[in-house]
Design a protein. Structure first.
Length: 336
């Protein structure tokens, strides 16, 4: 994939028209509101195969993603926001985490979130989830967490350099850069989760067992017989240890179904995926199409066929946003 870019600015627009244009640009992925007396925005965006980079200057803006939007838009990636100057506050609903210049806040797009930017200059990087999960021990624990410079400083340096040089990168270099950013982020997340203290060995061992079990599950999602006995034997741990590792997920069976649903949702988002819902259901280990449909509706609020149709329709329909809206929809929904 060649590098694609676009620039958006409200400089030449009055405040009402500028906010309306910005609202349309982001409306497919976020609810946007003004958060101050003045509003200004400038966005320089770069699209790579598995990573998006945004150099943004925002003033008087509130972004939010509620549960309904999260279920319906199909986004499934990780974003990090590096604040260079100004004010940035955000987190999960009900949380208010203040980000200082030089710090990074991390979000999981499958979970509700909000942020408020005032006179802020920030660099946002969106990464395909599996790039980060390959190295992170407990990625879901960090939704809305702030990485101080002590653990995220190297990542911040890399992100700033990437934003400065994005327009000159070749696709191959960009792919390598995406992996590097993911590895630096994973290292920062692990460092925040596992500070070096006496007694951490058991916790780290537990997390490593959990990661091995997750990898075993992901490699065998297509097997409808996948269960606790096979996983415990494959990873070399007891069923008791396995159950303990997945207790916070509602049990290992619940985790397996969630991973199958996530894999199915990612397949349905891809324009290149032409298999029927029934074929995909069996391909990801569901015992029947009806079972798959019920589970998908319970998780995402609509059956898989309707989800696929709406995602494709939104990508194709850009008439209500002057051609800008489908750019971000397409870019973000294809981060897999």
């Amino acid at each position: 994939m060649s590098i694609q870019t676009f620039t958006f600015s409200t400089q030449a627009l009055n405040e009402a028209d500028g906010f309306g244009a910005y609202h349309d640009l982001y409306s497919a992925g976020s609810d946007v509101a003004q958060a101050g007396e003045a509003f200004r925005a400038r966005v320089q965006a770069y699209r790579f195969a598995r990573m998006l980079v945004f150099d943004r200057r925002l003033d008087g803006l509130l972004h939010s993603r509620g549960p309904l939007r999260v279920r319906r838009d199909g986004f499934d990636h990780v974003t990090l926001h590096l604040l260079l100057s100004g004010s940035l506050v955000g987190g999960a609903p009900g949380e208010e985490n203040h980000v200082a210049p030089g710090e990074i806040i991390v979000f999981d797009t499958t979970r509700p979130q909000w942020s408020r930017a005032m006179a802020a200059h920030l660099i946002t990087v969106a990464l395909a989830r599996d790039l980060v999960e390959a190295g992170a021990l407990r990625l879901p624990s960090f939704h809305g967490a702030v990485l101080p410079e002590a653990v995220g400083g190297l990542l911040a340096d890399l992100v700033q350099s990437l934003a400065r040089r994005a327009s000159t990168l070749t696709p191959e270099t960009a792919n390598r850069a995406a992996r590097a950013v993911a590895e630096f982020l994973a290292a920062a997340l692990d460092g925040k989760a596992l500070p070096v203290r006496n007694g951490d060995a058991l916790e780290q061992l537990s997390l490593l067992r959990r990661r091995r079990a997750e990898a075993f599950i992901d490699e065998r999602l297509a097997d409808p017989r996948l269960g606790a006995d096979a996983i415990a034997a494959g990873v070399g741990i007891s069923r008791t240890v396995l159950y303990r590792a997945f207790a916070e997920d509602g049990g290992v069976g619940h985790f397996i179904q969630r991973r199958r649903l996530e894999a199915l949702r990612n397949a349905l988002r891809r324009l290149s995926e032409t298999r029927s819902v029934a074929a995909l259901a069996y391909a990801y280990g569901f015992t029947s199409e009806s079972h798959c449909s019920r589970a998908f509706r319970a998780a995402y609020g609509q059956p898989p066929g309707q989800f696929r149709a709406e995602i494709h329709r939104v990508r194709a329909d850009g008439s209500d946003a002057g051609g800008l809206k489908p750019i971000l929809v397409s870019w973000q929904s294809e981060l897999y």
